[in-house]
Design a protein around this ligand. Structure first.
Ligand code: ASP
Length: 451
């Protein structure tokens, strides 16, 4: 059997719903469907999840929420009208949306989580109603009944191991199961959501839980591309890639598939097929385990990301000083900061951070503390930092790849600030100035794909 997840743009209006229904019909192995909330119908449109966040904020601020609630409902009404669903069947869904404002919650974080989760919950119920109207024995299954348990972090929950035992009981159900993505319930029975885009995670959890033969992830692109189409014109579509290749590329900005969603799929060794709802006959991209994978190219993809910053420290004889790094890590721990990489030399060390975790004040405090405790000869905060990931299982046994990567960069006067080859030998990470990130990606792409 197959677990199938549809993204927000695949469920944004009646026409898109119809495509989804056709896809469900086309293959009887598609037994469990995961829904997102209705996404954007056109550029400039607002996702229902973002409207729900606004609704929650309006309620928290005790302001009049009728308009925003009605705006959200109109999205579902529009879909229901397309399929001529009666008001009687819709009334319970609208009541659920309205009641969000008067229900009680343990705190505002859980209030926010419950509001957000209803984007997918109402959409899953609506899809069930539409399918039932077409005489399909579809059944809506919520995470509470299913046993999809998550940790107690209201808006960034993690799945609990117990979930996998619970989900097994649904393996042999005859009905087509329709489940909402993006959230689970805590041990206390409260709704908690995954991070944004988390319906991908729900799909992977179900695929592992039911030991599906395939996890199909329907979105609005034909495939995962070897480089961002925003940087490279008509890049090559990746036909097959491994889990870890996608993990490394997601890290530097490949966003077609949520990086956290790979973990349950890896644990269950479930292959993933990313496909386009608008062109379901295209093969899309397969994401598979490493065993039996035969790379077709030296590199599979190249990506860049600008949300990094680096802290550079210089001190003579740093390599001989016992405990230097320990003290540094203690400071990060104290400030609750995680670091990404720490390339070092005999007298210097660079720490690369995801800079989205800093405020200006926190950054200053951290630098002060490092100066006070470690007394470096020189400390510099480098805000202008981009990371480029060059990834490919095909690099593992190949000599001279670094040369191929750096040659076109030298020709184009791109300075490389850092090079890091992962222990897996399937990725090479480069640090550049942000302004050089796009040219770095396009030059590396040309070197490996267009010759
Ligand atoms: N609707 C949620 C979001 O917009 C989750 C998802 O679409 O995957 O983040």
């Amino acid at each position: 059997m197959k677990v199938v997840k549809f993204g927000g743009s695949s469920l944004a209006n009646g026409e898109q719903f119809q495509k989804v229904i056709n896809i469900i019909h086309a293959d009887p192995a598609r037994k469990l469907i995961v829904t997102s909330a209705p996404g954007k119908r056109f550029t400039g449109d607002t996702k229902v999840t973002d409207l729900l966040i606004k609704y929650a904020q309006t309620v928290i601020q005790q302001e009049n929420y009728t308009a925003i609630m009605e705006q959200i409902w109109s999205r579902y009404q529009e879909i229901a009208d397309y399929f001529a669903i009666s008001q009687k069947l819709l009334l319970p869904l609208k009541t659920e949306l309205k009641d969000l404002a008067v229900n009680t919650y343990s705190n505002t974080d859980y209030l926010m989580a419950a509001f957000k989760a209803h984007g997918e919950k109402i959409n899953a119920q609506l899809l069930t109603i539409i399918l039932q109207q077409q005489n399909i024995s579809a059944r809506f299954l919520d995470p509470q009944t299913a046993g999809l348990l998550v940790s107690d972090v209201a808006n960034d929950a993690q799945v609990l191991d117990q979930t996998y035992l619970n989900l097994k009981q649904w393996q042999h159900v005859q009905d087509l199961l329709i489940v909402p993505g993006f959230y689970g319930v805590t041990h206390k029975g409260q709704i908690a959501t995954f991070s944004r885009g988390g319906s991908d995670i729900t799909g992977a959890i179900w695929a592992r839980g039911l030991q599906a033969e395939l996890y199909e992830n329907f979105t609005d692109v034909n495939a995962i591309y070897a480089a961002s189409p925003q940087i490279v014109k008509q890049p090559t579509a990746i036909k097959v890639m491994t889990y870890r290749e996608l993990r490394e590329l997601s890290y530097a900005g490949f966003s077609v598939f949520h990086d956290e969603a790979l973990i349950p799929a890896i644990e269950g060794q479930i292959p993933i097929n990313v496909k386009n709802t608008n062109h379901p006959n295209l093969p899309g991209t397969m994401i598979v385990p490493e065993q039996h994978f035969h790379p077709q190219n030296i590199i599979t993809g190249v990506a860049s990301s600008n949300h990094f910053a680096a802290l550079y420290l210089h001190r003579y004889l740093l390599n001989k000083e016992v405990g230097f790094t320990l003290k540094l890590l203690q400071i990060f721990y104290q400030y609750n900061i995680s670091y990404e990489h720490m390339p070092s030399g005999i007298d210097d060390l660079t720490v690369i951070f995801d800079k989205r975790q800093f405020t200006e004040k926190l950054r200053q405090q951290l630098c002060q503390e490092v100066k006070a405790v470690l007394k470096p000869d020189y400390l510099e905060w480098i805000d202008d930092y981009a990371i480029i990931m060059v990834v490919g299982e095909g690099m593992r046994n190949k000599i001279g790849v670094m040369n191929q990567i750096t040659q076109p960069l030298a020709k184009n006067h791109v300075a490389i600030h850092m090079i890091n080859q992962g222990a897996s030998r399937i990725s090479i990470m480069l640090g550049t100035k942000q302004a050089d990130a796009a040219i770095t990606v396009s030059q590396i792409y040309q070197q490996f794909f267009n010759h």
